[in-house]
Design a protein around this ligand. Structure first.
Ligand SMILES: NC(=O)C1=CN([C@@H]2O[C@H](COP(=O)(O)OP(=O)(O)OC[C@H]3O[C@@H](n4cnc5c(N)ncnc54)[C@H](OP(=O)(O)O)[C@@H]3O)[C@@H](O)[C@H]2O)[C@@H](O)CC1
Ligand SMILES: [K+]
Length: 512
């Protein structure tokens, strides 16, 4: 990897493509002189290596082959495994004479290697220690039909580990949505271009480990396609957060003001303020309802807490801050409405979350600005777009991009495979875990984003980095104590370790 591409990787992460773009890469590669069947053999060889790396010592497996080139990969893999003495049960969704082109040639190769073929039928028992899913790849069109559906259900019912070829069958390669039914994979080996649909929506729960194999195509096809997205990479942290100069002053690293905690809703704003302080903002202020002041000061004396009965008591606070975080515990009543109005009037970058988003969808409609980060979960995103949450989840990348087009700035669409949409395009977070399905996680994220903006990161970099650090912090906290019972308040100390990447492991352990 050249220095230039290493730098690109660190800043942007691995490129992700849609199915049509991967087909274009295939086409260019073939046009450049690598035959389609040679590419299929590379894919199968990579899959076979992946299988052996994940399941060393395996002696037998079944492979389900669909009627297209995804099935073709399966036939060639079966031939390779048989040549090394494995017992392979090769199951055909379509008879040999219905196969054409490379898929037909691949099926003949497996037959010539002595791998028997059995036609799919619903009483078939899948044999061997694991299943290879070569039913449907990037050629899937629409809801899964007919026997493919039955076969996918049989794979999932088998209880065997599954290696999915290119993409778990039934998963949409662009959106990560399940088209009726999808294979539950243990590992997915994916070729030529990593796919956006392997990393968001239902995908994180379906794909298992993703093993990306470029098959040497990147260089050969001279990739100049604009990727559909980039996968957020932990290298971003060191790239954007170098060690501070020895003479740093708190005035250099920003002042964030958290606006939230309407009467009766104190915790969320405090969680945001705490995360903001832990992520390195020089100063953190919290403007909250007076009833929350004492508790906030007891918990976090470093935060400057201001009790306000309404926006009229903000008293120039917003003007003294570099960035405002508005929404955690805001409520949608008169307190929250007044505070949001004041925030929208401030000429400061904003992080907008929770009830502030609901108010944007109802009372404060038509707002658009470039200097804000909106952080909706799918329900809030649906309200902001006038869609149902199901419609948002059916195509999360499209929803994130639509929100960014409509509202400007940068949009973080939360949920498994969080997406960041901004002027630079889409980024996807491959980290995080189900322990994050608990109250307050979004508040911690908004505080993290506020801290990064306060420290002077550009809006989109702050959003990408904040989402990454939030998810990695949750993963670190889970390694310490498990998923169930993970609290939003557990994230801040882990996130602190992550944003000090020069800290040695020993130092990090000592702080736990
Ligand atoms: N040279 C290359 O390009 C390389 C490609 N490579 C590999 O090829 C894969 C792409 O292959 P592809 O384009 O042939 O499509 P593929 O995923 O096999 O699907 C087509 C089959 O699915 C079926 N089917 C479709 N929709 C359906 C539905 N809703 N419900 C049910 N069935 C449905 C469709 O049936 P039909 O509609 O024809 O009846 C047909 O049988 C790619 O993912 C990678 O693995 C690698 O080898 C590297 C080189
Ligand atoms: K597949």
């Amino acid at each position: 990897m050249s220095v230039e591409s290493f730098d690109h990787w660190q800043r942007h992460g691995r490129p992700l493509y849609r199915a049509d773009q991967v087909r274009e890469l295939d086409r260019r590669t073939i046009a450049a002189g690598i035959e389609g069947f040679a590419l299929m053999q590379r894919a199968a060889a990579a899959a076979w290596q992946s299988l052996k790396a994940r399941w060393p010592g395996v002696r037998s497996f079944s492979v389900l082959c669909g009627g297209g080139n995804n099935g073709g990969d399966g036939h060639v893999l079966a031939a390779m495994a048989a040549a090394e003495g494995l017992a392979v049960q090769r199951i055909l969704l379509k008879p040999r004479d219905a196969l054409s082109g490379d898929a037909g040639r691949a099926a003949d190769m497996a037959t010539a290697a002595g791998v028997e073929a059995v036609p799919w039928h619903s009483d078939l028992v899948l044999e061997g220690e694991l299943v290879v899913d070569a039913l449907l790849g990037t050629g899937l069109g629409g809801e899964v039909r007919g026997e493919a559906r039955e076969a996918i259900e049989a794979v999932n019912a088998s209880g065997l580990p599954v290696l999915a070829i290119d993409i778990p069958s039934g998963l949409h390669a662009d959106t990560g949505a399940v088209l009726g039914v999808a294979v539950q994979a243990t590992r997915t080996v994916t070729f030529i271009g990593d796919k956006l649909g392997l990393h968001t929506g239902a995908a994180p729960a379906r794909v298992g480990e993703v093993d990306f194999r470029a098959l040497g195509v990147e260089a050969e096809a001279e990739v100049d396609l604009v990727p559909a997205a980039h996968l957020l990479d932990a290298g971003l942290i060191a790239a954007w957060l170098p060690p501070r100069p020895r003479d740093a002053h708190k005035g250099d690293v920003g002042h964030a003001l958290v606006l939230g905690g309407a009467p009766g809703l104190g915790g969320a704003a405090l969680l945001a303020a705490e995360a903001c302080a832990r992520l390195g903002a020089g100063k953190v202020s919290l403007a909250t309802a007076p009833e929350h002041v004492t508790a906030s000061l007891v918990r976090r004396p470093e935060v400057m807490v201001h009790g306000i009965r309404g926006a009229g008591e903000l008293d120039g606070l917003a003007d003294r801050a570099d960035v405002l975080v508005v929404g955690p515990g805001l409520g949608q009543g008169s307190w929250g409405q007044g505070v949001l109005q004041a925030a929208l009037g401030a000429e400061r970058p904003l992080v907008v979350d929770a009830d502030a988003l609901n108010l944007l969808a109802t009372l404060f409609t038509g707002q658009r600005r470039e200097e804000w980060v909106l952080t909706p979960h799918p329900g809030e995103a649906a309200r902001l777009l006038g869609l149902s949450p199901g419609e948002v989840e059916a195509d999360r990348p499209a929803a994130a991009l639509a929100l960014q087009r409509r509202y400007g700035g940068v949009v973080v669409l939360k949920g498994a495979g969080s997406l960041v949409a901004g002027p630079e395009g889409l980024a996807v977070c491959p980290h995080g875990n189900p322990g994050m399905a608990s109250g307050g996680m979004g508040d911690a994220l908004s505080g993290i984003l506020g801290a990064l903006l306060a420290q002077g990161l550009p809006l989109e970099a702050a959003a990408r980095l904040g989402v990454l650090v939030h998810a990695l912090a949750a993963d670190m906290a889970v390694r310490q104590g498990g998923e169930r019972g993970l609290l939003a308040g557990d994230l801040a100390s882990c996130a602190r370790i992550l944003v000090n990447p020069t800290m040695g492991e020993d130092d990090a352990a000592a702080t736990r």
